[in-house]
Ligand binder design. Structure first.
Ligand SMILES: [Zn+2]
Length: 156
């Protein structure tokens, strides 16, 4: 081997040793990143499980509430049928019509001269008309047209 060849060979060996060192650094860095990624996966998996448990809890509470609400709807519907049977048919018909037109509220309490359906206070003329109406007359709010339910707190 010529001195030139030997020099080349030593140079190549040094170069390969440096390359090996560089590659070992890369492997080390990749392993560290892999470990960090694995920790993140574990953390996120835990969070997903925690959120899923909360979702499951909310769903079961919703389902339980739905059962209670359905029972209440059935009870109230039966009660309404009983009450409706005791009210004159033409009044029920008017009430149902107003209810459909007025967002589900066909009748409202008259409280301290204010219609609790539209929240407007009756003017003095309207108050006098309601005051003059027979106790069993159907009186309506001039503003929202709902049936006004008179009570001792109506302010008449
Ligand atoms: Zn009204």
């Amino acid at each position: 081997m010529s001195p030139k060849d030997l020099e080349n060979l030593q140079h190549e060996v040094a170069s390969l040793a440096k390359r090996q060192g560089d590659l070992e650094d890369v492997v080390l860095e990749v392993m560290e990143r892999r470990e960090a990624a694995q920790e993140r996966v574990t953390e996120l998996t835990g969070r997903v499980e925690s959120v899923q448990a909360k979702v499951n809890d909310a769903l079961s509470r919703r389902d339980a509430a739905t059962v209670v609400i359905d029972d209440e709807v059935a009870t109230v519907t039966k009660e309404r049928e009983v009450v409706a049977a005791s009210i004159p048919a033409d009044l029920i018909k008017l009430y149902d019509k107003l209810r459909a037109q007025s967002g589900g509220v066909g009748a409202a309490r008259l409280y301290q001269r204010r219609c609790e359906g539209c929240q407007l206070e009756l003017n003095i003329t309207e108050v006098n008309e309601v005051r003059a109406a027979a106790a069993d007359a159907v009186v309506r709010c001039e503003n929202c047209r709902r049936i006004l339910v008179r009570t001792p707190e109506s302010g008449l």
